[in-house]
Design a protein around this ligand. Structure first.
Ligand code: FES
Ligand code: FES
Length: 174
């Protein structure tokens, strides 16, 4: 893990962007060297996005940007002007957890939970684009998200359960 930097003093916060974070327009001011991961956690207090390797290798920091999963440790925040970002804090709707969150809780798709936000968002992006993925497609989509606890089977089961629930909810709203 990279060495910890001192928190920037206010005068170092010279970068300013606008982004839509979890559906809300935000003006964000931060030190220009920061990654999206750092700005989410340190400047915006969205600590649901996890800080893992900082090297693009673990997937713990995954968020959805403009509909696609990205590793927020590899994205400079200055490149996020005008972007739409979804983090785990924005997954619930009207006080109801997303079906993926419910399925992970019900089926033991997480243990320590450190990998979970990144996996939830990567899985959400998969289901948004491919509502009926095969298990092979789920494995492939999540192949960049490392989990040291579960052995992955419960994660794949939970994604499949969420897929069924999302289809059901879709039918009831038709
Ligand atoms: S923190 Fe590991 S991929 Fe970003
Ligand atoms: S639940 Fe612990 S790393 Fe995945």
């Amino acid at each position: 893990m990279a060495a910890k930097r001192e928190a920037p003093v206010e005068s170092q916060k010279t970068a300013r962007i606008k982004m839509v974070l979890n559906g809300e327009a935000q003006d964000v001011v931060f030190a220009p060297y920061k990654t999206l991961l750092e700005v989410l956690r340190e400047d915006l207090g969205h600590t649901g996005t996890k800080h893992g390797c900082e090297l693009g290798e673990c997937g713990a920091c995954a968020v959805i940007m403009d509909g696609k999963p990205v590793l927020s440790c590899l994205v400079l925040a200055v490149d996020c002007d005008g972007r739409e970002i979804l983090t785990v804090e924005g997954m619930e709707t009207d006080g109801r957890l997303h079906p993926l969150q419910e399925a992970f809780a019900d089926l033991g798709g997480m243990q320590c939970g450190y990998c979970t936000p990144g996996i939830l968002l990567t899985a959400k992006s998969l289901l948004d684009h491919n509502p009926h993925p095969s298990r092979a497609e789920i494995r492939e989509a999540l192949s960049g998200n490392l989990c040291r606890c579960t052995g992955y089977l419960q994660i794949f089961d939970a994604v499949e359960a969420a897929m069924v629930e999302i289809a059901k909810r879709g039918e009831t709203t038709k």
